[in-house]
Design a protein around this ligand. Sequence first.
Ligand SMILES: Cc1cc2nc3c(=O)[nH]c(=O)nc-3n(C[C@H](O)[C@H](O)[C@H](O)COP(=O)(O)OP(=O)(O)OC[C@H]3O[C@@H](n4cnc5c(N)ncnc54)[C@H](O)[C@@H]3O)c2cc1C
Length: 370
Amino acid sequence: MPTDPTIAVIGGGVAGLGPAWQLARRGLSVTLFERDHVGAGASRRAAGMLAPTAEVTFEEVELLRLGQQSLQMYPRWIDELGETTDVDIDYRREGTLIVAVDRDDAEALEHLYRYHRRLDLPVQRLLGEEARKLEPGLSPRVNYALFTPGDHQIDPIRMVQAMAEAFLSAGGTLHENSAASEVIVTDGALEGLRLEDGRLIEADHVVVAAGAWSGQLEGLPAGVLPHVRPVRGQMLVVELGEPPIVEHVIRAPDAYLAPKSDGRLLIGSTMEERGFDPRLTAGGLYDILDGAWEAVPGIYDAHVLDMWTGFRPVSLANQPIIGPTSIDGLFLSVGHGRNGIVLTPATAYGLAETIATGRAPDYLEPFLPR
Ligand SMILES: Cc1cc2nc3c(=O)[nH]c(=O)nc-3n(C[C@H](O)[C@H](O)[C@H](O)COP(=O)(O)OP(=O)(O)OC[C@H]3O[C@@H](n4cnc5c(N)ncnc54)[C@H](O)[C@@H]3O)c2cc1C
């Protein structure tokens, strides 16, 4: 009797854990290997903004559409998580305010507004005082704003925890403190992977989802793993206070503020090319604090709770790469860059469907490995 295929996933961030959970949910045998602990990479360090509209840049329309699709999947995603875990991922739907603090910013936002309209995105223009009615903590300097009511947010730390619990409840096997060193391919055929402690793990399918570290895996022929580099982001967490300093996600020209229901206010983030240097810098923190303070002066007295850096996994095309490779049984879930949290459901459902049925859903077409 044929046995069910075995699936090994390398990396316990959202890009690995999501497909792993969905595959286990389909009754497949899935084992996830994580070098550290789940979410230890970028996934627990993100702000959790689900903001395809606010994030859209002028050349990234395919990414925008994937983000929108994924955002629409969030209610189903949350329902499915709720079937097996009590962890509330703090899904908040107040929307996002993108604010201008001087005339140049206002011009730039006006340009962005026209682009949003051309793409038929839900967005409203607000004068400074209209924006302050929605968010009284905004500086009097805010002279213009865009409101994107469809951009939501979650708490990534809680989501990773919920996903890990759901994965285990679905019958998945999790090995933390277990780094993979090599994908084993013999005469072009996938055999499995080797762990850093030397153990060989046989698997019919392997999913590479090691975030910014994916390129460090050995054993694969040149060109199979795409180039993915770490782009460092610094984050500062302060007390939100009572009444809260802000209730919406605020995106200012040089920083964003994301309020969480547990009383934290996340202030981020830099985009730095510093390799894997994990250290915070005075300049990075200064820039995000100054950028946040310009838009929301009330943060001046907020108590500091935490701060960290994280490495966004960024591909050359600045978009995720999700799907089968030229090696039968080897799949990628890498390169999610600034958007891994919003793209979590689309990645998980899409890759699980691809592996389980042999066919990728249409929406993944632009993101398949080439
Ligand atoms: C400061 C910051 C703010 C962000 N804000 C947002 C946001 O608001 N919205 C949004 O959508 N996205 C945001 N992002 C982006 C998002 O966090 C990432 O796109 C996403 O977490 C990437 O997930 P991943 O699973 O690919 O990588 P990671 O979360 O980095 O996971 C990779 C995992 O692989 C493990 N690993 C590495 N090598 C090995 C190995 N050899 N063997 C086994 N395991 C290994 C690592 O320990 C790690 O846990 C932000 C990122 C940062 C840094």
